[in-house]
Design a protein around this ligand. Structure first.
Ligand code: CMC
Length: 434
């Protein structure tokens, strides 16, 4: 447990000293607890973009950006990606421990029990214009689940109700994603086959044709998809997890809260980067494959172009997830016998950027989104679905972050500001204004 009374920190303001506790986490990271700063000094802290703000204590995920370390509940991401399946990792995030055989079977069966979605949801799909972005549809669909489960609207109702909502979300997210894919193609929806495991079921709902009774997902793809979902499962207080905590802190229901997390994920600086990476690589390929030209563009401060899939707020070293994904990418393409020229461009781009002082000085390395799109594409997913796949993976992380916040009865999130607008002014009626 963190040692909360190890030392104090003295802050001097206007010649007066104030003492604040220093909090030390289990991995030795330190924070100054300034929750009483305003009450005692009248000052607030200003940290635009929360670059240096610990918004919560959390026992879910440990991340050391300088060393490139990521652990969930103490287990390394390398071990989890290599040795566990996605549902096991979801259980670990949600319940705090890896499941034993019975616990896993119980969780797995409970999720299987909830995979169908209400048929009326199909009516909502019909109202979306053809070709609308999967993430916009996903937000609407997940949010609209709250209409079908009104008892879930009170997030504090009971542990059983919370557990049921968690199971429903875990079970229905892949079904809804697969429906989005099928609707985009104009193909009939494929219903869940609850004899299949979580990932195989998702792949079957996505890629099976209704008339194809013999469809079996390729084990290479099942394995890669498990890995990819695990690598996206949680990432401590990132933009979407913080959104989930903030929205959930007003006691909004978990469906609406999750929809808000999906909305945050959609942005190209967060999960939307995976789509952008592939579009960028295609653009470079179409432009003749001159990677140096694009590296130079990314360095040019007058050019808005950024190397998508590069850089991270927290990692100032290799993103450990990117290392695993790069290897998985090679393995999957080899096993599937796919020769994607875009992979060669990605490798050249990575090499050019890593040897460039601009990227070295700023500690910009490939992140999780750099190679993932190439694998998704090899699996058969269209580019626009990539961020929705990130959302399927991130779901247990969002729920675990939300659960922790609710369990600890954390107060509503409500930051302060430093006002920089006008001083009081006299109101002039409309007809008299200049
Ligand atoms: N290409 C070129 N320059 C970059 C890049 C990039 N991808 N990323 C950062 N920089 C530069 C930036 O211009 C700045 O330079 P200077 O100090 O000269 O002004 C410096 O590096 C620091 O960047 P920042 O924008 O202040 O850093 P941040 O922590 O606010 O942003 C980031 C982090 C991930 C938003 C940013 O690196 C970025 O835009 N990357 C591309 C988008 C991307 O791949 N996002 C996925 C993130 S990982 C998946 C996830 O968990 O969401």
């Amino acid at each position: 447990m963190p040692d909360t009374n190890a030392q104090n920190c003295t802050i001097t303001l206007e010649g007066k000293n104030y003492e604040f506790p220093v909090i030390t986490g289990t991995e030795g990271e330190k924070a100054i607890d300034i929750s009483k700063l305003r009450d005692t000094t009248g000052y607030v802290t200003l940290d635009i973009g929360y670059k240096n703000t610990g918004a919560t204590k959390s026992a879910i995920t440990f991340l050391d950006g300088e060393e490139g370390i990521l652990r969930h509940r103490g287990y390394s991401i390398e071990d989890l990606a290599e040795k566990a399946n996605f549902l096991e990792v979801s259980y670990l995030l949600l319940k705090g421990e890896l499941p034993n055989k019975e616990q896993f079977e119980d969780f797995d069966n409970s999720v299987r029990h909830h995979t169908l979605v209400n048929e009326d949801l199909q009516n909502i799909f019909r109202t979306f214009p053809t070709g609308s972005h999967p993430m916009g549809q996903l937000i609407a669909m997940i949010s609209s689940l709250s209409a079908y489960y009104p008892k879930a609207l009170d997030p504090h109702r009971s542990p059983e109700a919370k557990n049921r909502t968690t199971l429903r979300l875990m079970a229905k997210m892949p079904t809804i994603c697969a429906m989005i894919y099928k609707k985009r193609l104009g193909h009939p929806v494929v219903y869940p086959n609850n004899n299949l495991d979580y990932v195989s079921n998702f792949l079957s709902m996505t890629f099976k044709h209704v008339s194809d009774a013999d469809y079996q997902p390729d084990p290479v793809i099942v394995d890669a998809m498990n890995k990819l979902l695990i690598l996206h499962a949680d990432h401590e207080q990132n933009c979407s997890a913080s959104t989930v905590r903030l929205v959930g802190s007003s006691q909004s229901n978990l469906y609406a809260t999750t929809a808000a997390g999906i909305a945050a994920l959609w942005g190209p600086l967060h999960g939307g980067a995976n789509q952008e990476v592939l579009e960028m690589l295609e653009q470079i390929k179409g432009d003749g494959g001159n990677v140096q030209k694009w590296v130079d563009k990314a360095k040019d401060k007058n050019d808005p172009f950024r190397l998508m899939g590069f850089g991270h707020r927290v990692y100032k070293n290799f993103d450990p997830r990117a290392k695993i994904i790069k290897k998985t990418c090679d393995d999957v393409l080899n096993k599937l016998g796919i020769n994607d020229p875009v992979l060669e461009i990605a490798k050249k781009l990575e090499e050019a950027a890593l040897t460039d002082p601009y990227f070295a000085e700023r500690k910009l390395y490939p992140n999780v989104d750099f190679y993932s799109g190439i694998i998704y594409r090899a699996m058969g997913f269209p580019t626009e679905m990539f961020t929705a796949l990130f959302a399927v993976g991130r779901l247990p992380g969002w729920i675990a972050q939300w659960q922790e916040m609710v369990q600890e009865n954390q107060p509503i999130g409500r930051p302060r500001q430093i006002y920089t607008g006008h001083m009081p002014r006299t109101f002039i009626p409309r007809g008299e204004r200049q």
